[in-house]
Ligand binder design. Structure first.
Ligand code: FDP
Length: 341
């Protein structure tokens, strides 16, 4: 007789997202479907990332993106995948991607919805050529106006307004991690059946084990950030026993620290004292991951206050980012307050 007492049901991402909808009796299912569209985009992108070394996709297109970085073919593929799977559904009013200088309105032939999607289609793209993990980051906002074509200012909302956010990590397995404001949940793609299955329910960040930063740039940091780094290395009353891990793909570094505990930071640097802005983008990277971090009991700061409280004034605005365990991120704020003013 087969054992019918197995108490652990297999929960697909579809079922989980639908269950989450029950927290919002007024919900129409639109947000649910956006998340489901993004999970599908993740599967499509995952199937390409595992073949990225093959001739048809490897290599640079020769162009540069709005950030002045070399665009790789996989970036473009990921960007088009997310766009094409979400622009025609009647769920979105507009999209803004890290890859494109301008935001995108929904084409006239498609119905328009009430949400805005912001995304970094292929985070960590400089790692692609070296068979290293990459990711996709996304955030969903409600649009500000009730009707009419979306305008750029509608994207200028603080992360606190996010209704959902998350990322897809393309690593040794593909994981979809999201929050819609009721905890953080992680799903692992089972390639045999092509489904994301719930593997990490209700993620909360444990006591820190790691710190992650590009130490190669230390000479450009402020005194507060250098002192914080020494603190993480155990100098003068600092924390003992943290291990350094830096992949150079924000999604992967953040994901590891979320599951194992730790802090990731990409500080402002002083190469250009008039523009101490850091490298990472507020809208596509920092704010969505800050929402995930806070939902998991962590915190994200720009060094002086919560990332989620910053209202962007341009689509591609950059920010310093300190993200992970709350006590450590608050510590860097303390060092910066004490030493950098
Ligand atoms: P990449 O340039 O490869 O796209 O978002 C940019 C990002 O990667 C992050 O994923 C990563 O954390 C960071 O830049 C790495 O920058 P450094 O190479 O300067 O350390």
């Amino acid at each position: 007789m087969p054992d019918q007492s197995d108490p652990s049901p297999i929960i697909t991402i579809e079922r989980h997202i639908l269950d989450e909808q029950s927290f919002h009796p007024e919900a129409t299912g639109t947000l649910t479907n956006i998340l489901y569209d993004l999970a599908l985009a993740g599967k499509v992108i995952a199937s390409k990332t595992t073949r990225a070394g093959l001739a048809e996709i490897l290599g640079r297109t020769g162009g540069t993106n709005v950030q002045g970085e070399m665009v790789m073919k996989l970036d473009r593929f990921a960007d088009l995948t997310v766009t094409r799977l979400t622009d025609h559904t009647g769920r979105l009013a507009g999209l803004a991607s890290e890859e494109n200088a301008e935001f995108m309105r929904i084409p006239d032939q498609y119905p328009m919805g009430k949400y805005l999607l912001v995304f970094d289609p292929l985070d960590g793209s400089s790692n692609v050529d070296f068979n290293m993990p990459v990711g996709t980051i996304f955030g969903v906002y409600r649009r500000k106006k009730d009707f009419g074509p979306v305008d750029e200012s509608e994207f200028f909302q603080p992360g606190r307004n996010l209704v959902a956010a998350g990322y897809i990590a393309y690593g040794t397995s593909t994981m979809f991690v999201y929050t819609a404001g009721h905890g953080v949940h992680g799903f692992t793609l089972d390639p045999a059946v092509g489904e994301f299955l719930l593997s990490h329910p209700n993620i909360t960040i444990p006591t820190a084990k790691y710190f992650s930063v590009n130490l190669g740039y230390q000479m450009y940091w402020s005194r507060g950030v250098i002192r914080f780094t020494e603190f993480l290395q155990g100098h003068e009353g600092g924390v003992k026993g943290l291990s350094l891990r830096y992949i150079g793909t924000l999604v992967s570094d953040f994901h590891r620290n979320l599951l194992a505990g730790g802090v990731f930071y990409y500080p402002a640097d002083t190469k250009d004292p008039k523009a101490p802005t850091g490298k990472l983008r507020l809208l596509y990277e920092a704010a969505p991951l800050a929402f995930v971090a806070e939902q998991a009991g962590g915190y994200a700061s720009n060094g002086s206050g919560p990332i989620l409280d910053i209202t962007p004034d341009s689509l591609h605005q950059r920010t310093p980012l300190y993200i992970g365990n709350k006590d450590l991120v608050e510590k860097v704020e303390e060092f910066i307050r004490g030493l950098d003013v």
